[in-house]
Design a protein around this ligand. Structure first.
Ligand SMILES: [Zn+2]
Length: 337
């Protein structure tokens, strides 16, 4: 019994011991494990934090780099855009120049197809000439010419009145050509001989020079170079003019205003403007005379009609004007003698 009791007590003690151990172990485990776990967790978290910080630093650096690259890219893109727009401008300019060049070439080709110097060929030069003045109408004629800004040619006589001298001066001052038409217009005196003719030419030339300061080298024969009132060969007179460096002009259009019965302004207009566009040069004969009122009346209509025509130029006669002569000078006067 005792033995049984002893055995049971030892066993109980053993169980108690085991229980104690278990309790202690439980306590140790209960306390240690959380601490260890905590420590491990702490270490883990700390490590993670460090890593996160590093990563952040990297990210910042990366972001900065990316920003920098982005700026560089923007700059590059801006430069490229500039370059592009410059090139566009250059291209546009080049295209424009090419177009102009092409147009110029086309024009040149077009012109090459036309006959040479078309302007010179198509041009109709018209010369208004007034014989026998100055007269009571000279100022009115000059006013009309001024109004239309047209220059004419006056073949005047040696008229000595103050009015005539004023008119001669005005003719010169307003840019018209002053030509000689003999001093006296008396056929039998002027055309008596070459010497008489020469004397008359120099008389009127000197007189005009004295009055206006202009030495005239333009001449119109009274009655024209084809006049039939002289017994002396007109070539004698023509030779004199050539010797004195004087050019003579007849006419190829007559206004008819010297007819015995005064013509109407309408008839003068019709006569003076007939066939202008069929000739390169038209020298129109008018008269500046007290008996020729209708010439003055016709003049504005004549000018307006001429100015309305294509390629018509109204000019004063000069020594370079194409010669309109009824009787031509001899080819070689020496040989004919
Ligand atoms: Zn005359």
């Amino acid at each position: 019994m005792d033995q049984e009791k002893q055995a049971t007590s030892a066993e109980r003690q053993k169980r108690v011991q085991r229980l104690k151990k278990m309790i202690i172990l439980s306590i140790v485990i209960g306390i240690l494990v959380p601490w260890v776990a905590c420590a491990i967790l702490f270490a883990f978290v700390f490590g993670m934090h460090q890593q996160w910080k590093d990563a952040n630093r990297h990210l910042d650096a990366l972001t900065q780099t990316v920003d920098e690259q982005g700026k560089k890219l923007e700059e590059l893109s801006r430069i490229l855009q500039e370059e592009f727009s410059n090139r566009q401008k250059l291209q546009d300019e080049t295209e424009k120049r090419l177009e102009l060049l092409e147009a110029a070439e086309a024009k040149e080709e077009e012109q090459a197809l036309l006959p040479e110097e078309p302007k010179a060929d198509n041009r109709h030069k018209v010369y208004l000439t007034f014989d026998d003045g100055p007269s009571i109408y000279t100022n009115e004629i000059l006013d009309i010419l001024k109004k239309y800004d047209v220059k004419a040619t006056f073949f005047v006589l040696g008229k000595e009145s103050e009015e005539a001298q004023q008119a001669m001066k005005r003719i010169v001052e307003e840019g018209h050509s002053l030509g000689m038409h003999s001093y006296t217009h008396e056929y039998d005196k002027i055309y008596a001989s070459k010497e008489a003719f020469g004397n008359d030419v120099e008389r009127i030339r000197d007189y005009l020079f004295q009055v206006t300061g202009v030495e005239s080298h333009l001449y119109r024969f009274p009655g024209g170079s084809s006049n039939t009132v002289t017994n002396v060969d007109v070539h004698e007179f023509i030779e004199y003019l050539k010797e004195s460096d004087t050019v003579y002009f007849d006419w190829n259009v007559s206004s008819g205003d010297a007819a015995q019965v005064s013509l109407s302004a309408e008839t003068i207009l019709r006569n003076a403007t007939a066939g202008i566009e069929t000739r390169p040069t038209s020298v129109i004969l008018f008269h500046d005379m007290a008996s020729r009122r209708t010439t003055v009346d016709a003049l504005p209509m004549v000018i307006e009609k001429l100015l309305a025509m294509d390629n018509v130029e109204i000019l004063p006669i000069t020594e370079d004007t194409e010669l309109i002569q009824h009787v031509k000078p001899r080819e070689n006067p020496q040989r004919q003698k």
